[in-house]
Design a protein around this ligand. Structure first.
Ligand code: GLC
Length: 550
């Protein structure tokens, strides 16, 4: 143990007190022993440090921060350097705000496209997931801040996430659901791993010896600390046995007392508690904020960086008639609510109070194109409005090319809720149908953090640019790609199936009773479609560029 000399001076109560948070975001300090408290904050899309009193529900506003493309968008770059730079921006802003641990990246496998947090995860493929997550870890930790990869493990649905039991065979678990974490641990060397809410094969992950000891520590050699998800502890003493060093948020001392009692009753060896304390102290001393004062953040420079990164993440799925890139002075009509009010991140604990936000409409207006006008075209949150569609069609008649911005709204992809289907909103499909009848060329920009069914859209668009959730600077990045100032190079990190009916786990996803049964085994994503020879809309790894190959 590294901190034996300090631990020897601790009372049993002091050791136990360190095993749970002081409040929503901080660990406890022990002043007389020179042990500082450290601040933990989300998240994978940018720093979410709450201003003022911390409440885990995030009701209090958080401090302004740079909102990067989400992890799902960065995954489409297939470039670990992009992940590392995104991580470095998040880490540098955490450092500036005296945050010592960033709760991210998340890298759970996209077992099913309906999972409500897929916008926060990398891929259906564990190799890509691991490589990209490891790059985020390196980026975050390059700034002197701990990275905490999550949610370990098999947290692949949001429905009943705090109680569901993921039932899976050992081979599938290791090959598909753990390989990404293995790569991230071995190549990223994160200071921390967050255990997930769910159980795996009947055992809550935060106290699961097979996951936390046999695999994470013995097989992979992980030497950092484990922290629960917020409210994710089940039996604190069992967690200590599994070297889970920190329960968050605070339990007002309740579980601290349980630990003390267990040691006194001989149900828990004090040496095991000492090991948990040692693992926690290692991160605390390594990453404690140098001083309480915050340092300034250059949000403009970080915005520009976020724009550069976003350009690497955009995926050109279709470009018939070479509609794109648009020649300067092309007469364009900009249509779609997402052009003026961008959809650039997901909802839940990853949400960032973006310091600077831009939208594609502004940038298209400055790009040299002849913009004949803008129309929202549909109601963002669904519902019929023929007037909006009629105005869009009227505007279309003045243009050569229609730039149509579609996607899923903020309530369609949320932590804690899985999607009910892969469909795009009906009012958007009706709009694109009406615009198709104008005979104009149509380039669609799609903003959503997950796979959707493109039936009714794909065949009506001449060009289709998948923006995923491209962060605060996504508008500028999209405009630059549309105008050819940058060449699209993104590739899909998850399959876009033709229909949800083709998804292997569709018959039993999400698990609704006590268990989520991974009956499809390793046949997840392209491993299924390719093995079964099932046609998909756009395959894993697909993406065009403006380069023409003969
Ligand atoms: C949430 C999420 C986790 C997040 C944590 C703190 O419930 O599952 O990703 O880091 O709590 O907000």
């Amino acid at each position: 143990m590294k901190y034996k000399s300090i631990i020897e001076k601790m009372t049993l109560e002091e050791k136990a007190s360190l095993m749970s948070g002081k409040n929503g975001w901080e660990t406890k300090a022990i002043k007389r022993l020179g042990i500082p408290s450290i601040f933990l904050s989300d998240g994978p899309t940018g720093l979410r440090k709450q201003a003022g009193p911390s409440d885990q529900l995030g009701l209090n506003d958080s401090l302004p921060a740079t909102c990067l493309p989400t992890v799902a968008a960065v995954a489409n770059s297939w470039d670990p350097e992009v992940g590392a730079q995104a991580g470095a921006i998040i880490g540098s802003e955490a450092k500036a705000r005296n945050v010592s641990m960033v709760l991210g990246p998340g890298l759970n496998i996209k077992r099913n496209p309906l999972c409500g947090r897929n916008f926060e995860y990398v891929s259906e493929d564990p190799y890509l997931a691991g490589k990209m997550a490891a790059s985020y870890v390196r980026g975050i930790q390059s700034q002197g801040v701990a990275s905490c990869i999550k949610h370990f493990a098999l947290n692949n649905q949001e429905y009943k996430r705090m109680s569901i039991d993921s039932v899976v065979d050992e081979r599938t678990m290791r090959e598909i659901y753990l390989t990404g974490f293995e790569i991230a641990v071995k190549e990223g060397k994160p200071d921390a791993v967050m255990s997930s809410y769910n159980s795996v094969n009947g055992h809550f992950t935060n106290e699961n010896p097979h996951l936390l000891l046999d695999i994470l520590r013995d097989d992979w050699g992980f030497g950092g600390m484990v922290v629960t998800d917020w409210g994710g502890d089940n039996d604190r003493v069992s967690g200590i046995e599994c070297l889970n060093s920190l329960e968050m948020p605070s339990t007002a001392g309740e579980t601290d007392r349980e630990i003390v009692q267990a040691v006194k009753d001989g149900r828990l060896k004090e040496e095991r508690l000492d090991e948990c304390v040692d693992l926690l102290l290692d991160v605390v001393f390594k990453r404690a904020a140098a001083s309480k004062k915050e340092t300034p953040i250059d949000f403009r420079a970080h915005f520009d960086k976020a724009c550069e990164l976003a350009k690497e993440c955009l995926v050109l799925l279709k470009n018939d008639k070479k509609v794109l890139p648009l020649n300067p002075a092309t007469k364009v009509a900009v249509i779609g609510d997402f052009a003026a009010s961008p959809r650039y991140q997901g909802a839940g604990s990853s949400v960032v109070h973006a310091a600077l936000v831009t939208n594609a409409l502004d940038w298209i207006g400055r790009s040299g194109l002849d913009v004949v006008g803008y129309e929202p075209g549909f109601k963002r949150y669904g519902g019929k409005d023929r007037r909006l569609a009629r105005k869009a069609v009227k505007l279309a008649s003045k243009a050569d090319v229609l730039l149509v911005f579609l996607g899923l709204d903020e309530f369609s992809e949320v932590e804690g809720i899985d999607r009910r289907n892969l469909k795009l909103p009906r009012n958007q499909l009706e709009l694109i149908e009406a615009l198709r009848k104008t005979g104009k060329k149509i380039a669609v920009v799609l903003s959503c953090g997950c796979a959707v069914e493109l039936t009714g859209l794909d065949e009506k668009a001449d060009a289709l640019l998948y923006a995923s959730l491209s962060g605060e600077a996504g508008g500028e990045a999209i405009a630059e790609i549309l105008c050819g100032k940058a060449v699209p190079s993104g590739k899909l990190a998850e399959t876009f199936p033709l229909s949800y009916d083709d998804v292997p786990s569709r018959k039993y996803y999400p698990g609704r009773e006590a268990t989520a049964e991974y009956r499809e085994g390793p046949y997840v994503g392209y491993r299924y479609y390719a093995s079964k020879g099932i046609k998909v809309r756009y395959p894993f790894g697909f993406g065009l560029s403006y380069t023409h190959f003969d």
